[in-house]
Design a protein around this ligand. Structure first.
Ligand SMILES: [Zn+2]
Length: 262
C-alpha cells in the first residue's frame, strides 16, 4: 500500500493476547504495523499476521516492510516470523530488511529459522536499555520485563510523535516511569489480577497504576485475554477514562491510529 510520506500511524492487525483468545481466534492475532514517513516496521507477527495483512483494507503489503521487531518469542508474538521475513524479502530473492529480536529468540530454542536469516540485510539483537533505528523510526528498549522469556517493552520515536508499548510483563513499580510516550499502548491480558499469575501478565488494576503516573495523551489497550474479552474491552476503556480523567481506548482488529490525530 502507498501512504503519503508525512503520515505516521499504527495499525492493529490483531488484538488477541494469551492462549485461548488466540487459539480460538476470538480476536485476530498478528501484531501491529507501524509506519512513519514511509518507513514500515512490523511488531510481533503472531498467528495469522501474513493473512491478516493481505486481507486488510487497504491491503498491507509485507514486501514494503523495512523491518520486523520481535519483543519476545512466545508463539502469540512470533509464530508468523519466518513467513513474514520471507514476505518482506520477496521469498528471499531480495536481501533486505532488518530483524530486531531478543537473543533467546535466536539462540537457544530459536523461533527464526537459520535459512531465512540469510535473506535479511541485518539482524540486530535487542538488549536492555538500548537504542535502534530503522529508516525514519527510532526506538529504545526498556529493561528486561518480568515474563517467562526474554521480553522488552519499546519506546518509539516516530517524529514528531512518541509511542510506547508496554508489552507482556508482570507489574513492577518502575513500569510507569519507563514508558513515557504520548501514546501508551498496554498489553492488558487480564481484567483482574491473579495473586500468583504463572504467566506474568498485566491486569486492569495494573493499567490504573501505570496510567495514573505516566499520564499519556492517549492510552490504548490491546492484547486481550478471555476475561477482558468477556468484559468488553471498549467498556473497560470507557470506565478507565472516566475514573482516570485521561483518554483511553480499546484497540480493535484492523484499527488504524493516525498519530496526527492524537
Ligand atoms: Zn503475549
Amino acid at each position: 500500500m502507498k501512504e503519503e510520506n508525512d503520515s505516521a500511524f499504527l495499525k492493529f492487525i490483531g488484538t488477541a493476547g494469551a492462549r485461548f483468545v488466540v487459539m480460538k481466534q476470538l480476536r485476530s492475532s498478528g501484531g501491529v504495523w507501524l509506519s512513519s514517513e514511509g518507513t514500515n516496521l512490523y511488531m510481533d507477527p503472531g498467528p495469522g499476521a501474513l493473512v491478516r495483512c493481505l486481507n486488510s483494507k487497504p491491503k498491507m503489503d509485507p514486501s514494503t516492510l523495512d523491518g520486523i521487531l520481535l519483543t519476545h518469542k512466545h508463539l502469540d508474538h512470533s509464530s508468523d516470523i519466518n513467513v513474514m521475513i520471507e514476505a518482506m524479502t520477496e521469498g528471499g530473492f531480495k536481501k533486505r530488511g532488518v530483524l530486531f529480536a531478543p537473543e533467546d529468540a535466536l539462540e537457544k530454542d530459536p523461533v527464526v529459522f537459520h535459512y531465512v536469516r540469510s535473506y535479511l540485510e541485518k539482524i540486530e539483537i535487542l538488549r536492555e536499555n538500548s537504542r535502534y533505528q530503522v529508516g525514519r523510526i527510532s526506538f529504545s528498549t526498556g529493561p528486561r520485563h518480568r515474563h517467562g522469556v526474554e521480553t522488552y517493552g519499546i519506546n518509539f520515536r516516530m517524529a514528531p510523535h512518541t509511542v510506547s508499548f508496554i508489552t507482556d510483563t508482570r507489574f513492577f513499580p518502575e513500569l510507569p516511569n519507563l514508558y513515557q510516550g504520548e501514546v501508551l499502548v498496554i498489553h492488558v491480558v487480564r481484567l483482574k489480577p491473579i495473586g500468583d499469575d504463572p504467566v506474568d501478565h498485566l491486569s486492569v488494576e495494573d493499567v490504573k497504576a501505570i496510567v495514573k503516573k505516566a499520564r499519556p495523551k492517549l492510552t490504548v489497550l490491546t492484547h486481550f485475554g478471555m476475561t477482558m474479552i468477556r468484559a468488553k474491552p471498549w467498556e473497560v476503556a470507557a470506565e478507565l477514562e472516566k475514573e482516570l480523567g485521561v483518554k483511553v481506548i480499546a484497540a480493535s482488529d484492523g484499527m488504524k491510529l493516525d498519530l496526527k490525530e492524537v
